[in-house]
Design a protein around this ligand. Structure first.
Ligand SMILES: Nc1ncnc2c1ncn2[C@@H]1O[C@H](COP(=O)(O)OP(=O)(O)OP(=O)(O)O)[C@@H](O)[C@H]1O
Length: 250
């Protein structure tokens, strides 16, 4: 039996915003080294879930354990081993890309920071705008900087919120390759919120499908396709999204 704890355990997680229950008792696990997709239509609760795992949003109930450590009680033990990318969390606009990466690298006490930034700049092709202010970048350039920032501390658990949403197809494909390289090199675990079903099929070992804050279904992409009698995750997603709610909860 493996002694390596799961990268992430979420149990009965709840978040309410006034009358809206954004996350309604969801549970899932990311085994060490696995990539799990968090799927669901707009407003399903994906970003709120990631926010709670990162400690940016306080849950109303449930438990979270990152790399074997309960959060928030033992957050200090794992903060340096996790990181995230989200289009909703902006970087200081007046700092250049290099300055931003330097600030984040220092926060994580990254050794040999200059070399690390040079490596990330090469990996994510940031060279043309490394010394430009973050506020002057295009959406796609910002996303690549956000991914570089997310990998600056070589996290064991990486939380990605629609990492290719603003990228052109060529760049998106290339970024997926970078994520695959990183995962293979580091043995990292990834939680990937995405609306891009080919991306999910390519990267995810397992998916959790949310609707209105609840887990609607889960499984490997192959299992789900077989179970729904579909050839693609896109078709599975549409089947789940369009089925009558009352029959759905598991
Ligand atoms: N700060 C907030 N205050 C009030 N309601 C919120 C807040 N944040 C999220 N919500 C609500 O919680 C629900 C879940 O939102 P969330 O952003 O987690 O969904 P999502 O699955 O990430 O959606 P999308 O695919 O559109 O990004 C939505 O109904 C949203 O309107």
């Amino acid at each position: 039996m493996s002694t390596v704890p799961p990268a992430l355990v979420v149990r009965d997680l709840v978040k309410r915003f006034g009358a809206v229950t954004a996350v309604d008792r969801i549970s899932f696990t990311i085994p060490a080294g696995a990539t799990v997709g968090l799927l669901g239509g707009n407003g399903a609760g994906k970003t709120t879930t990631i926010g709670m795992i990162m400690g940016l949003i306080e849950p109303d109930g449930g438990e979270i354990a990152v790399l074997g450590h309960p959060i928030p009680r033992e957050r200090d033990a794992v903060l340096g081993r996790m990181n995230f990318e989200s289009p909703y969390v902006d970087m200081p606009h007046r700092l250049t890309v290099r300055q931003n990466l330097t600030v984040f690298g220092r926060l994580y006490a990254v050794p040999d920071l200059k070399a690390r930034i040079a490596r990330l700049a090469a990996d994510f092709a940031l060279g043309d705008f490394l010394d430009r202010r973050a506020g002057q970048l295009s959406a796609g350039q910002k996303t690549r900087v956000a991914l570089a920032k997310a990998l600056i501390n070589e996290p064991d658990l990486l939380l990605l919120d629609e990492p290719t949403a603003s990228l052109d197809p060529d760049t998106a494909d290339w970024v997926r390759g970078r994520l695959e390289d990183y995962r293979a090199r580091r043995g990292a675990s990834i939680l990937l919120a995405s609306h891009n079903m080919p991306e999910v099929e390519r990267l995810c070992d397992e998916v959790v499908v949310l609707a209105r804050g609840r887990v609607e279904d889960r499984g490997t992409p192959a299992d789900l396709k077989a179970r729904y009698g579909r050839d693609t995750m896109e078709a599975v997603f549409l089947d789940i999204a369009r089925r009558p709610r009352a029959a759905a909860a598991i």
